[in-house]
Design a binder for this molecule. Structure first.
Ligand code: EPZ
Length: 417
């Protein structure tokens, strides 16, 4: 296992290119199962999670080739309908094959994903929605076993705007007979991107990005070509890298409106953020002010940015109150930040982040994808060296992070543990 060693104190300067969105490409890869033939997905980030989804599709009989940042997914021959535990437990997004498999071949056997570092990650909304479209589903020895001779359009009302459940339902409904209306749908840009891809296949999805989505089912869908939207969480992470080091960086190939709420919070804390059509300029400064945050489904402050933002707030004046309403236990980064000297108190799903003049480097451990990004960000300003172990977490969601930060002037390297 590798670790990342960061020597703090450098101001980041320069330009960084944002890659394709992990949380868009994963459902899009699963959506290829709705068609028979070869689809092409461009601007794909080279990440561990993309490789895992590639393995899941290959396990089902698809042929998947990743060359550079272009993915070719040929689903001409689907020979199996099982997503096994050893793949699903490494990446819960494997559950995205459930809807497309039931819709296209009438059956699926997908391992329950189990929990993650910060608690249970249920899929009850996915299952109930597919049942409302006519699938018969049972849980057998840790597997979701689903079958349906045909799926029928219906109205599906979510108790909360689940991203994954919205994606799975939209994909299944795209091949169902008749019309489906999804109420209280997730509004994330990744859902809009998935709907766009399915529409390119010949689907008929309207309203993606709003809380009500209409899907006209189609008997057949055809392979399509698409380019993945920029990753708004990668963009937000680099915005904070520029802010926390009091540096000056330009993010290229991003969508400013997808990170609007992060821009607002950074500006309120004293960071200069200037937007143009597909780039964002960030200039940090030494003495930032604390600005409270409550995470919420899009377009609210993303839960996937909570840990990174907390790193920034450890050195902002005053006390910052961060409430995590999407995944209440998503604070595994807090004990690690405390090892760097941060002054953080947890009260239920709320963190009270006090001020400290300077973090100090120490060995810390990554526990999940965004927590590891938060530790890298803290290491950029901590006095001395920060050693971050278990960096396989970070490789799930950030392509070439040490190269990109190094090119901006950070003193960062990856070494064998
Ligand atoms: C997606 O996860 C993202 N993953 C997560 O990003 C992100 O944190 C999350 O959406 C919220 O934005 C991918 O897109 C691959 P949810 P997902 O269903 O779909 C509860 C990252 O760092 N819930 O919107 O699993 C759930 O427990 C990852 O890139 C149910 O109760 O999130 C949570 O409290 C981490 N039952 C809330 O809904 C269900 O059936 C929102 O979860 C499904 C979800």
């Amino acid at each position: 296992m590798d670790k990342i060693v960061v020597k703090g104190g450098r101001k980041l300067k320069g330009r960084v290119r944002i890659g394709g969105a992990k949380n868009a490409v994963l459902p899009m890869m699963a959506a290829c199962l709705l068609t028979r033939g070869e689809s092409v997905i461009r601007n794909v980030p080279v990440l561990a999670d993309v490789i895992t989804m590639k393995k899941v599709l290959e396990r089902l009989g698809a042929r998947v080739a990743l060359r550079g940042h272009t993915l070719r997914v040929d689903t001409s021959t689907i020979t199996d309908h099982e997503a096994p535990y050893e793949l699903v437990r490494t990446m819960r997004a494997s559950v995205y094959v459930l809807g497309p498999l039931v819709a296209s071949i009438g059956k699926a056997k997908v391992s329950l994903p189990g929990g993650c570092a910060w608690g249970p990650r249920p899929v009850d909304l996915h299952i109930r929605a597919l049942q409302e479209l006519g699938a018969r589903i049972e849980i057998d020895h840790g597997y979701i076993v689903a079958g349906a001779s045909v799926l029928k359009g219906n109205t599906v009302v979510f108790s909360l705007p689940s991203v994954g459940a919205t994606a799975n339902t939209m994909m299944a409904a795209a091949r169902a007979r008749g019309k489906t209306i999804i109420v209280n749908a997730a509004r994330e840009p990744e859902i809009v991107a998935l709907a766009d891809f399915i529409n390119r296949m010949g689907g008929k999805i309207r309203g993606a990005g709003n809380d009500t989505i209409e899907v006209e089912g189609r008997a057949e869908l055809s392979p399509a070509e698409v380019r993945v939207i920029p990753d708004r969480i990668e963009a937000g992470t680099y915005m904070i890298a520029g802010a926390i080091t009091a540096g000056e960086i330009e993010l290229e190939n991003c969508v400013p409106e997808h990170v609007e709420v992060i821009t607002q919070k950074l500006r309120q804390s004293g960071v200069v953020v200037e937007k143009s059509r597909n780039s964002i300029y960030v200039r940090g400064k030494r003495r930032l002010e604390s600005v409270d945050v409550v995470t919420a489904p899009y377009p609210g402050f993303p839960t996937d940015m909570q840990a990174q933002y907390m790193s920034l707030m450890t050195i902002a004046r005053g006390t910052c109150v961060i409430s995590e309403t999407v995944f209440p236990d998503r604070f595994t980064h807090v004990p690690e930040l405390r090892r760097l000297g941060a002054n953080i108190k947890i009260d239920g799903n709320t963190a009270h982040v006090g001020y400290i003049k300077r973090l100090s480097g120490a060995p810390v451990m990554a526990t999940d994808l965004r927590a590891s990004a938060a530790l890298v960000l803290a290491g950029l300003v901590a006095e001395g060296e920060t050693h971050i172990s278990r960096v396989y977490h970070i490789d799930r969601g950030y392509e070439a992070i040490e190269e990109k930060l190094g090119a901006l002037g950070a003193d960062i390297k990856r070494v064998p543990e």
